[in-house]
Structures are given as structure tokens and as C-alpha cells.
Design a protein around this ligand. Structure first.
Ligand code: ADP
Length: 550
């Protein structure tokens, strides 16, 4: 607990709690006519306004109250990025209940585990997930009602799901008369589980205060830079860390919102970018790979796209280059995690950098960026001693701030803080100007003869080779050095590169002893529920790989 000193003179400002409902109220009152456009699961394009969204959120809030949902109760959602999901965001949190977004790409057993752990009372889900919900519904002990987010005519004639209700019927049956309740801004607002690549998933429980502060901070020009002149298409799913807060930061600014629904392939995203004149988007590198490939194959250009935020895993410099040089799209490299709501850093330049060469500017932009106000960070050694900010020394990255967890939901994992700081599990450098660069996740770092080799650098170099589509680097057993790097490569369709040529490509780009000992060409990399490469799967798959140097 932080100990406060009491001042003899308190400020005399209004006591207005920071509540999520105030965001949609603001969007309705000041940007009521601005549009929200969604590609629906049904395949068509749906359009309405912030005013409509607010109205229907209140109808849904009344419906949930009718189903017995009370303050503090958890309500699950399994849904794509779309207007109904946005209504659920505001209806659930706005009424003081807790929005629990669930990643549909998880295994049904894991979904049931999460829903039971969260003790969800109601679950809302999109049509796509009807077959999955049929499988796990009976294992969800606390759920009193399931709500299928569709029109009446799409409801299944028969189902095993107990108490299955129709979303549109609920909306139609409820009034939009509602004054959003006022309560303590520290009340829980939403719950996101980490993807649980190690152990069971653990919940990060955000508050209204943390969410509103995160929304302010993430909209700022040197963070995501969202304004009323933007048209924003969040590619990052609303079931993964609240789409990096965009469902809050975009309505807060009044920008037009465009939701891609389930169609996340390059063609569908590109068409929506063009038809809705999207200016800004955000997503993980694997999704952008699909879009860039589609655009390159069909020799297309973007007519309105200006800026994208890339994070979730390291943005390969080759991807940043393609966006910037071939398409004139500015890339903001951002870093964060579920436990951080998620935004921690974003990479933008300062006035003093503007006179630098393009190469020097690029080197800065390729880093994960600068702490945004509200987030404080430091790097430490294994004895928790703070390390210098020289851009070279790497150590364990720790963070603190008002939108960073102090413990997991239900205190899972016990005390997680170290002297009041949250250990991120990432290894990083920080340069004298405060730009942070992730070398690796500590569990992915390769320990070669007592020294560390960061895999992100090795992957980035491989991906700069014109024949390489994707690359991942893992440590495999070596009798002399404990571990040495093995590079796994997916080659672009129609392209060719030999092992020797690719190894040669590393020459002069890194310390010689960092060069991978071997390369294996594979058809595809295993991708997890949040679009990240599953290195634990690769380590398992290649655990018996014998290196030529062994
Ligand atoms: P999970 O922890 O469940 O995999 P998160 O989305 O919270 O899901 O992942 C956070 C982690 O993702 C960070 O700790 C970091 O390792 C990685 N990450 C996020 N953004 C970046 C980035 N820009 N560069 C490198 N790694 C990143």
C-alpha cells in the first residue's frame, strides 16, 4: 500500500469520478452524428452513430439488470470487433458490472476454465461462436443466461445451450431510459485474462479510473495520436486487452470508428480501408503481414491510410520499411501487455531528432519507444539492482503506474510486485533519451555459454531478407554452450534462399557468435490466440534437433 501524506489544504475541485459511462455520454453529446461502421458476422455493412450506440447501450444495460446482473458481477463476451460488442462494453461497465472479454481462439476447455474462474453471470457471443458455445456451455457453472448477438431470424431452432436469448429481442424489449449510476472510480470495470502460454490464464482486473486515464494517455499525439479528424479501424481484437483501449480512446475523441468483424484477411481489411477512408489502424505484425502481402500481390495503394500502431510482438524493421517507404504510412511501434491495460511505450521522434538522417531516425523508431506519461520503467539485474540507461546494457524490465496491475484477479499468483514495481518478463535496454528496446522475453532469451542472445534481433535480420516471409529463433541444446540459436524460416511463395546464403546475410550485422548455428525451413509457424508466434511449441517440436556444431 502506498502511504499518503495528508495536506492541510485540499483542492476545491468537483468530486467527479472517472467513469467509463462518461466516455459514451461525451461521444453522444458532442459527436452524436459521427459514425460507427461495422462489417457484421452476417456479411453486410452496418452503419449508425455514437448517439445510436449510446441509446442501445442503455437498452442493453436495462436488459442486463432485468437478467439479474448487479454491480461487480462479471459478464462475459465472445465477440468480434463490431457495434454490438461496443454496446456491451458500455452497457456492462457503465452499469457497474465487469466486462469480461474472452478470446474465442482459446481451446473450449480453457474458455470454460476462464468463465468459471471469473464466475461470469451472463455471456454474450457472436453467431460465429455458436458451435463452440454449444460445446462448453454445460461446463460453465455460474452463467444464468447466454445471449446470442443477432436478429431473431438467425436464432437456432434447436440448441443445447441453456437459457439462450436473442440480443436484438432483449434490446427491443428494453427502454433507453437510464441515468448511468455514479460510483467509486476505483470500482472494477473489466477483466482480461492473459493468454496463459505458461500455466493457467490469470486475470487483469481494470478499474474505471485506470481505464479512463489510459484512454486519455493513449489518445495523445505521441501515443496513438487519435483525433476527431481520424477514421479508426481497430484490427486488434476487442477480445484482446480491450483492443488496446481503442473502444474508449476513439469515442473520447469523436473519431469515426470502423469495425472489421470476423473478416481479418488482407483483402477484406484493404477493401474496408478504402471504402471507409480509414486514416489510422492498430494491430499485431502477423495481421499486417497478410495486408501487406495482399497489397503487394495486387499492386495496390492506400488512398487514405496515414498511420498505424504496431505492437503485441516486435515490429520487424522490414515491415516498418514497407509501410513507410512503399506506402507513406507512418508506423508507431508500441509495447505493452495485458497487465498494463496495455499501453506502456510508443515510438515517436522529438524535435531534436528531426535533423537526423533517415537512417538514424529509423533506428529510433524501430525501438519499442518512449514511456507514455503515467508509465514509469526501469531495467534491473537479477539482484534487482538498477542498470544504466545507455542503450546497450540489458536487464529485466519493470514498470509501475496507475493502469498497471498490483495483483491478479483473486490474487492468483500471489504477490507479483517487486518493491512496488511490476516485473514484465521482458528483457530490454533503455537509451539516454528514454527509448526502450525489447531484446527478448526472458523465457525466450538464448543462454549461450553464460551469455545472452536476444532472439528478436536475429529474427528481424532474417525478415529483412527478400525471400523470407517469417522467422522465429529458439535456443536448442548444445553440449558445449548449453544453448545455441536455431532459426526457423518460412519462405515467401515462389521465392528461394539457401541455408548458407541466409547465414551469410547475417555477416556484419551482428556479433559473429550471435549468428544462428542452424536454419530449418518450415511451412508455417505456430501462431497463438493473440496472433503471436508460439515459441514454446517450436521449442517442443525442435527439442531433439541436432545442431551441425554440436
Ligand atoms: P500475453 O502476455 O498473454 O502473451 P500480452 O499481449 O499481454 O499477452 O503480451 C505482452 C507481451 O508481448 C510483452 O510482455 C512482450 O513480451 C510482448 N510485446 C508486446 N509488444 C511488443 C513489442 N512491440 N515488441 C516486442 N514484444 C512485445
Amino acid at each position: 500500500m502506498v502511504q499518503y501524506t495528508q495536506s492541510p489544504l485540499m483542492g476545491q475541485m468537483m468530486d467527479q469520478p472517472l467513469l467509463i459511462s462518461s466516455i459514451i455520454q461525451h461521444a453522444d453529446r458532442y459527436f452524436g452524428q459521427n459514425e460507427i461502421v461495422s462489417r457484421r458476422v452476417e456479411g453486410d455493412i452496418h452503419r449508425y452513430t455514437y448517439r445510436d450506440c449510446h441509446k442501445r447501450s442503455k437498452q442493453l444495460a436495462n436488459a442486463l439488470a432485468g437478467l439479474g446482473v448487479k454491480m461487480g458481477d462479471r459478464v462475459g463476451t465472445i465477440a468480434w470487433n463490431g457495434y454490438r460488442h461496443l454496446e456491451a462494453y458500455y452497457a456492462i461497465s457503465g452499469s457497474g458490472a465487469v466486462l469480461h472479454t474472452i478470446n474465442p481462439r482459446l481451446h473450449p476447455d480453457q474458455i470454460a476454465y476462464i468463465a468459471n474462474h471469473a464466475e461470469d453471470q451472463v455471456m454474450l457471443f457472436d453467431l460465429t461462436f455458436l458451435p463452440a458455445v454449444e460445446i462448453f456451455a454445460e461446463h460453465c457453472k455460474t452463467i444464468k443466461a447466454f445471449v446470442l448477438m443477432c436478429d431473431r431470424d438467425r436464432m437456432p431452432a434447436e440448441t443445447k445451450i441453456p437459457n439462450l436469448l436473442c440480443y436484438e429481442e432483449l434490446i427491443a424489449a428494453n427502454s433507453s431510459e437510464l441515468d448511468w449510476p455514479l460510483f467509486d472510480e476505483n470500482s472494477a470495470s473489466s477483466l482480461c485474462y492473459t493468454s496463459g502460454t505458461t500455466g493457467n490464464p490469470k486475470g487483469a482486473l481494470y478499474s474505471h479510473r485506470s481505464t479512463v486515464l489510459h484512454s486519455y494517455a493513449s489518445a495523445m499525439p505521441d501515443s496513438l495520436n487519435v483525433s476527431a479528424r481520424d477514421t479508426v479501424l481497430p484490427v486488434v481484437p476487442m477480445f484482446h486487452v480491450n483492443a488496446w483501449g481503442l473502444p474508449y480512446s476513439v469515442p473520447l475523441t469523436g473519431a469515426k470508428l470502423v469495425f472489421p468483424g470476423p473478416a481479418m484477411d488482407g483483402k477484406s481489411i484493404y477493401e474496408l480501408f478504402e471504402s471507409e477512408q480509414v486514416t489510422f489502424s492498430a494491430g499485431v505484425p502477423t495481421v499486417w503481414l497478410g495486408l501487406l502481402n495482399y497489397v503487394a500481390q495486387h499492386n495496390l495503394k492506400f488512398s487514405s491510410f496515414k498511420r498505424t500502431v504496431i505492437g503485441g510482438s516486435a515490429c520487424p524493421p522490414a515491415m516498418m520499411k514497407a509501410f513507410r517507404q512503399q506506402h507513406g504510412v507512418e508506423v508507431v511501434h508500441a509495447w505493452g501487455m495485458t497487465e498494463m491495460s496495455p499501453l506502456g511505450t510508443a515510438g515517436t521522434l522529438q524535435t531534436k531528432h528531426l535533423a537526423l538522417s533517415d537512417e538514424a531516425q529509423t533506428a529510433i523508431l524501430e525501438k519499442q519507444g518512449h514511456a507514455i506519461f503515467g508509465v514509469d520503467m526501469k531495467i534491473v539485474d537479477d539482484a534487482n539492482k538498477e542498470l544504466p540507461w545507455d542503450g546497450k546494457t540489458y536487464g529485466n524490465l519493470l514498470v509501475r503506474g496507475p493502469w498497471i496491475i498490483k495483483s491478479y484477479f483473486k490474487n492468483e499468483g500471489g504477490d507479483v510486485l517487486v518493491d512496488g514495481w511490476f516485473p514484465t518478463g521482458d528483457v530490454a535496454t533503455i537509451d539516454p533519451d528514454g527509448y526502450m528496446q525489447i531484446t527478448d522475453r526472458s523465457k525466450d532469451v538464448i543462454k549461450s555459454g553464460g551469455e545472452w542472445i536476444g532472439t528478436i534481433d536475429l529474427e528481424n535480420i532474417a525478415m529483412a531478407h527478400p525471400a523470407v516471409l517469417q522467422a522465429a529463433c529458439i535456443g536448442v541444446f548444445h553440449p558445449k554452450w548449453d544453448e545455441r540459436p536455431l532459426l526457423l524460416v518460412v519462405v515467401k511463395t515462389g521465392a528461394e534462399v539457401s541455408k548458407e546464403a541466409l547465414l551469410q546475410f547475417y555477416e556484419g550485422k551482428i556479433a559473429k557468435w550471435w549468428t544462428p548455428d542452424d536454419i530449418a525451413f518450415i511451412d508455417a509457424l505456430p501462431i497463438g490466440a493473440t496472433g503471436k508466434i508460439l515459441k514454446n511449441k517450436l521449442r517442443e517440436q525442435f527439442k531433439d534437433h541436432v545442431l551441425p556444431t554440436a
